[in-house]
Structure formats: C-alpha cells, structure tokens
Write a protein that binds this ligand. Structure first.
Ligand code: NAD
Length: 353
C-alpha cells in the first residue's frame, strides 16, 4: 500500500556532450553578470577553460577547493568573491569543489552553477559540510542547492578509470540506501533503480574503454539520478558508517563507500527485502550484496579497508564511534553484528547477511 510524502527541490539540469560551452548563457539565464570559477589546484586548467568561455562575465578563478571544505578555505573564497564583485559562482570539479561552492552560498546566498566532473552527486543535494577544528559539520539548507547543473560527459572522461569506478559505486550507494529509506517514495525508487542500472552498465563500458563517450554519458546520467535520490531521501547505516570511517581515520571518501557498500547491504538484506530485489534486478544479479561485491571485483576496486590504510586495531574504535550516534536503519544497528560487518569489510571477503 502506498504511503509517502514527496517534496521536490528545483534546479535546472542541462545534460549533454559539450554542455559546458553553454556556461555564459546559463550565467545570463540566472540573471548574473560576474561569475567566479571555483576548482581544486589540480583542476585549474578546466577552470581556466570555463573562465575563457565566460569571457567578460568571468570574475576570475579561485583554485583553493580542498577535500572536506576547511572553514579557512571557505572564508578565503567568500572574501575573494566579494573582492572581485562576483554575483554568482561556477564550481567545476567533484564533491569537494561543489562543497566549497555550497559553503559560499550558505553565508552569501550567491547562486551556484555546478559542473560535476565525478559521480559523487553533491550537485543535486541541499546538503553541505564544513570542517572546523578537525570536526566536519554537516547540514541541509535549500540555499546551497546549485541552481543550475551542467552535466557534460566529456569532462568526466578525464577522471582516471580507478577513480571513476569508486566514484560510480559511491553514487550507487546513494540509490541503494534510497531504496530502503524511511522517507522513500515511488518516484525516488524509480530513479534509484534506473541510476544503479545505468552506472553498472556505464562503469563496465569505462572499464573496456576509459574514453568511451556512450559509457561516460551512461555513468553521468546514473550519477544524476543517484545524486537526486541522495538529495531527496534520508540515508542509513552505509552512509553513517562511511562518514565515521572517513572522519575518524581520514580514509578516502569514494573508495570507502565502494568497499563498505556490499557489506552494509548484506547487513540490511533481510530487513529490506524489496529494496534488495530492486538492486539485484538493476545489477542483473542473483542478490544485491553479492552482485555489488562481484561488480567491485570486476572493476578492480581495492578489496578491503585494509588496502586503503585502515589498521585492524582501529576496528573496535570504528565500531564504537558508529554506535555512539543512534540513527534510523531498516535493521537495528547492534554492536556485535556491526563489528563483524567491519571485519569483513576490512578483510575484503564476501559479504554475509
Ligand atoms: P573530490 O571532489 O575530492 O575529487 C578528488 C580529486 O579528483 C580532486 O583532486 C579533484 O580535483 C580530482 N578530479 C575530479 N574530477 C576529475 C576529473 N574529471 N579528472 C581528473 N581529476 C578530477 O572527490 P569526490 O568523490 O567527487 O567528492 C568527495 C567529497 O564530496 C567528500 O568530501 C564528500 O563528503 C563530498 N560529498 C558531498 C555530498 C553532498 O551531498 N554534500 C555528496 C557526495 C559527496
């Protein structure tokens, strides 16, 4: 029986090869005149291309985006935006750069245009994160949701294959948890299933040929759908666990998501049987957790948290931190099975329900 509430967040999405070239037009559509381009130091060249496409509408480039959005960088970027008289910001990059755009918007209400170059999905969510004195504070505010998103598959073609795979599985995690969300709804469920299907197909295509535009387009389309799910419904065990592991042990974001996901799904498999059936169908696999584990292996995702720097002696602390902040999950989160889940994810063995 249906029983749900559905609220939409409005943003404009322009999808297609070469859509980055529409940037000047999109700035005008927003009613803005001077756009500050944001990027990481590594993506300065892409940001300069955007600035040159903007021509006289460019207010310059700020290349101080960093993982986890340190408050100092957000302050410097806000000051710089004021100094150059920017009335809008264009964030070109992954979740870290889009996160910097959100941190600017949170205080200044400057509209943000996002041009994502990974599959993380931050561009479709009103969720922000800012790190102050070692603590990452997250929250939701409609002000930070990018007003326009340009999805250009040509840009993600520069993302190295290994990063593409973990980033794509990171996106699948949003959809998978969206399928058993407490506040889920049928529209998000359709988007989630289609997002998983597209990413699984697209990532396999990228594995064959890193620069295959059809495959890149399929992945980016899936990332849009999965990011939309993340922005609209609540997440559970998997996201909380990855947040703990990233925050406490400074593990890389997308890799952590990719490794933990099959194990988190196995943990929830009995309690969320309908969601698991939809995930399995989207993956064309016998079961959701096993299907994702196999996909990870096929793509060569690091096999286990130990491969990305977590020490076995850290597992108890990881379990304690994850247990310290209660949250909703389809199956109650209990210390013993959670510790077992962590051990399996650390070792990289097959997930077990
Ligand atoms: P990232 O933005 O940290 O990028 C990783 C590195 O890859 C950076 O050096 C970046 O410059 C580089 N890069 C990005 N795209 C590239 C490309 N096409 N070619 C070559 N290099 C490229 O990584 P991410 O996984 O996209 O984002 C992770 C961050 O985003 C985390 O801090 C996470 O918490 C946050 N996030 C937030 C949300 C949200 O809704 N607020 C959602 C997802 C992720």
């Amino acid at each position: 029986m249906y029983d749900f509430t559905y609220t939409t967040h409005s943003s404009r999405v322009v999808f297609g090869k070469g859509s980055m070239k529409l940037i000047q037009q999109e700035v005008e559509t927003l009613g803005a005149r001077r756009a500050l381009v944001l990027c990481t130091p590594q993506q300065r060249a892409e940001a300069e291309t955007v600035a040159s496409l903007l021509g006289p509408s460019s207010a310059g480039v700020f290349d101080g985006a960093q993982m986890h959005v340190p408050i100092e960088n957000a302050r410097r970027a806000r000051e710089f935006a004021k100094e150059v008289g920017a009335d809008c910001a264009v964030a070109i990059g992954g979740g870290s750069t889009i996160g910097l755009g959100k941190a600017i918007a949170l205080e200044s209400s400057l509209p943000i245009i996002a041009i994502p170059t990974t599959y993380a999905g931050s561009e479709m969510t009103p969720i922000y994160g800012i790190t102050e004195e070692g603590l990452k504070r997250t929250g939701r505010d409609q002000k930070v949701l990018p007003r326009t998103v340009l999805y250009d598959p040509e840009l993600s073609a520069g993302l190295p294959a290994q990063l593409s795979f973990v980033s794509g599985i990171n996106a699948i995690a949003h959809a998978a948890e969206g399928l058993y969300a407490k506040d889920g709804n049928p529209v998000m469920a359709m988007m989630a299933e289609e997002g998983i299907r597209s990413l699984a197909k697209g990532l396999r295509g990228v594995k064959k040929n890193n620069r295959d535009m059809e495959a890149r387009s399929e992945c980016l389309y899936g990332a849009w759908l999965c990011g939309t799910v993340l922005g609209n419904v609540g997440m559970a065990l998997h996201h909380k666990l990855c947040h703990t592991l990233g925050g406490t042990f400074n593990l890389p974001h997308a890799q952590t998501h990719a490794i933990v996901l099959p194990h988190a799904l196995a943990y929830n498999s009995v309690a969320a049987a309908d969601a698991m059936a939809r995930i399995a169908r989207a993956l064309d696999a016998g079961d959701a957790a096993g299907g994702l584990y196999e996909l990870n292996r096929e793509l060569g995702v690091p096999d286990g948290l130990r491969a990305i720097g977590l020490r076995e002696e850290d597992l108890d602390l990881a379990c304690d931190v994850a247990m310290s902040d209660p949250y909703w999950n389809p199956r109650p989160v209990e210390a013993r099975p959670l510790r077992e889940l962590l051990h399996r994810a650390w070792e990289g063995c097959r997930p077990r329900a």
